[in-house]
Design a protein around this ligand. Structure first.
Ligand code: SAM
Length: 291
């Protein structure tokens, strides 16, 4: 058990997790500015990026880098300073540290050392996008970035298919079209919302069916930062699942689908078809190779 009374001992050091704006600088909180000013050190994902933010708010606290590639070596150094009573503020490039950003490991390590971890509330793209999407907020599942490889992406989406919760993804403009198509293939027809450039001048929400959003993505230039919010599975979709998507395909067409559309090897495709159809792999193999 670990009991933390965050403000019981003012002399004890602490790790402060400080969210920063995801676009609009006015979204920083008074408290975040106060903590960044009074911290002994700010550990930042990208010091040059954070320097600009600090200059804007006239904060002169010393900066040190803490990112994906040096986080394990940096960790001890930072935690030792907290042990000596220092206050270290952790920031990422934008939004909440540790959410699709570095932070989780140092939070965990600080807790293991019985140090205090204080998290400030603030900007986060996923939550902002979810609330603006108009899709149900009662239950949601934050995924972050899907894998880049087609096959891995399909597998992950398939794993999420039966969740009733709204699904939240981050995506880059280069992969948004492919990801929307993968969502359509794996999750079927659903309501989807894209929240783009949140808090910035060109903020927009595109709300519609997956088919409409694919069309929109094909007809427009994809620029900026995106959150994709997908409606969770409902009872009507569960009923639809009884009719399988490969019903009208021959075994050969079914195997070819996995090879051509998902990038599977023929061996992987044959295995998947055997699983889908609940028939022996041998039967799929023979059928496929005598085509
Ligand atoms: N830690 C951040 C947070 O709390 O939201 C997320 C960091 S993650 C590395 C960056 C991704 O978040 C972007 O690729 C995009 O998918 C999403 N994102 C960040 N800012 C955004 C914005 N202003 N509008 C829409 N999506 C945004």
């Amino acid at each position: 058990m670990n009991l933390q009374k965050s403000f019981a001992d003012e002399t004890k050091g602490a790790l402060y997790v400080v969210p920063t704006p995801i676009g609009n600088l006015e979204d920083i909180t008074y408290r975040a500015v106060k903590i960044l000013r009074s911290a002994d050190l700010i550990a930042a994902e990208d010091t040059r990026n954070t320097k600009k933010l600090l200059n804007h708010f006239e904060i002169s606290t010393h900066l040190i880098s803490y990112h994906e590639h040096n986080k394990s070596s940096r960790e001890n150094q930072l935690l030792e300073r907290i042990d000596k009573g220092e206050l270290i503020a952790l920031v990422s490039d934008a939004g909440m540290p540790a959410i699709s950003d570095p932070g989780y490991e140092i939070v965990q390590a600080a807790i293991e050392r019985n140090q205090h971890v204080v998290v400030l509330p603030g900007a986060n793209a996923a939550l902002c996008g979810l609330v603006g999407s108009g899709l149900p907020t009662g239950e949601f599942y934050f995924y972050g970035f899907l894998p880049r490889k087609k096959k891995d992406k399909a597998e992950e989406l398939n794993r999420l298919k039966r969740l009733h919760a709204s699904l939240l993804f981050y995506e880059s403009p280069y992969r948004i079209k492919d990801t929307l198509k993968a969502i359509q293939e794996q999750l079927g027809s659903r309501r989807v919302v894209i929240a783009r450039e949140l808090t910035k001048r060109f903020e927009e929400y595109v709300r519609g069916t997956i088919e409409e959003l694919i069309l929109w993505a094909e007809e427009n230039e994809m620029r900026g930062e995106f959150v994709i919010i997908v409606e969770g599975q409902n009872e009507a979709m569960e009923d639809d699942e009884d009719t399988v998507w490969w019903d009208d395909l021959s075994i050969v067409e079914h195997v070819d689908h996995y090879i051509e559309e998902k990038g599977f090897s023929s061996k992987e495709a044959i295995k998947q078809v055997a699983i889908d159809r609940s028939i022996p792999k041998r039967d799929v193999y023979q059928n496929y190779h005598i085509k």
